[in-house]
Design a protein around this ligand. Structure first.
Ligand code: NDP
Ligand code: ZN
Length: 354
């Protein structure tokens, strides 16, 4: 079968032939339909995966996927069920408190592997074998948009954690700001649209630009960070009650403290490289304390967030996914899906259709 991989010491994706997997007991054989590509995949190619799966010098790419059950292999699934795999896996068969209680997303580095990212093969292949406990079923009519379940689940978790930090008091947020106009930022902006009347999205692009069109079609205000840096946002637009950071720009967490309204919260998602710079730590510390502000970090998501993401996917407007899905590539001509251009929002490799 065909699979798209990255090899040791290489930084380009490659199409190779691999044997079709033979599912173990408790595993389902899934025929892949579509696999999405995001910033994390580009980082895996650039820096190499955290680690290669034991015994292999290649890693099958891809962690945002939707497929169809080919062989339920004695599990509760049925042939033809449409499924989305979750991303984290145990390191070994030993006990793991995080996985044991259904919270693999809270396992720190060193306590998990991530399919297509570190230590475990991903889903960019014609077939994958996945434990039935690591699959979430989605309605057939959502199959074409199924690659968005994983990124939406990441935001479901981040929003849940941010809101939990504001739960002890009567918090009525009015204004939300998304930092970043990549696929994650835009899909999260659409999620926040369901709850907030007043939404904003930060980028650094000139018009015309397809992401700015999506931002405005969602009824949000586009903020160009070159004209209005994050600390100046309150003067222009008022303080933000909730900020969702999806730029990976390492100054944004600190700048966001200034952009928050009193009692607001920032959820940080970006994963930047090391960068040393100067900040006025004393003032920011005081600002956080005296205005009851919060900064939280959030990574990955668990099955519960995936299930919630399926409901969100159903509720979001169909046009959004037509606009976001800018590139659909065949496995034999996958190169455009890995190109990095401003015309591209979400790229996918399509292995099959229903
Ligand atoms: P992208 O790289 O596609 O999007 C990032 C966007 O932020 C780009 O559109 C970029 O603009 C914009 N941006 C970067 N710096 C600035 C700036 N200074 N001012 C304004 N805009 C800026 O990534 P994704 O959408 O896929 O992911 C977003 C981040 O979230 C990444 O850092 C990724 O690693 C992380 N991530 C984290 C996860 C988690 O579980 N915590 C899961 C998935 C992703 P431009 O394109 O014009 O350069
Ligand atoms: Zn992702």
């Amino acid at each position: 079968m065909r699979a798209i991989v990255v090899r040791r010491e290489r930084h380009e994706p490659e199409l190779i032939e691999l044997p079709r997997p033979d599912p173990d007991e408790g595993e389902v054989l899934v025929r892949m339909l579509r696999v999405g590509i995001d910033g994390t995949d580009h980082e895996v190619l650039e820096d190499g995966p955290g680690s290669f799966p034991p015994g292999d010098d290649h890693l099958v790419l891809g962690h945002e996927a939707v497929g169809v059950v080919e062989d339920p292999n004695g599990t509760a699934y049925e042939t033809g069920d449409v499924v989305v795999p979750t991303v984290r896996r145990r390191l070994d068969d030993g006990p793991n408190e995080y996985f044991d209680r259904g919270e693999p997303d809270m396992a720190p580095p060193g306590k998990h592997r991530e399919c297509g990212i570190s230590g475990a093969h991903g889903f960019m292949a014609e077939y994958v074998a996945v434990s039935e406990r690591r699959l979430v079923e989605i309605p057939r009519r959502l199959a074409e948009r199924g690659v968005f379940v994983e990124p939406i689940s990441v935001s479901e978790k981040a929003i849940e954690h941010a809101y939990a930090s504001r739960s002890p008091f009567d918090w009525s947020p009015q204004r939300a700001l998304v930092l970043g106009n990549g696929a994650l930022g835009l899909v999260t902006l659409a999620m926040l649209r369901q709850e907030f009347d007043d939404i904003y999205c930060l980028g650094r692009r000139d018009r015309p630009d397809p992401t700015i069109e999506v931002i405005e079609r969602l009824g949000a205000t586009y903020i160009d960070s070159r004209e209005t840096p994050v600390p100046e946002i309150p003067e222009e637009h008022g303080g933000m009650d909730f900020i969702y950071e999806a730029t990976g720009y390492a100054k944004h967490p600190f700048e966001s403290i200034r952009a928050l309204a009193p009692n607001g919260v920032v959820a940080l998602l970006g994963i930047p490289d090391s960068w040393t710079f100067e900040i006025d730590g004393g003032s920011l510390h005081t600002e956080l304390v005296t205005h009851n502000k919060a900064l939280i970090g959030s990574v990955n998501s668990n099955e519960r967030h995936f299930r919630r993401a399926v409901r969100t996917l159903r509720a979001l407007p169909e046009w959004l996914f037509d606009e976001l899905l800018t590139t659909v590539a065949a496995p034999t001509e996958f190169e455009p899906a890995f190109a990095d251009s401003d015309d591209q929002i979400k790229a996918i490799v399509e292995f099959a259709s229903l």
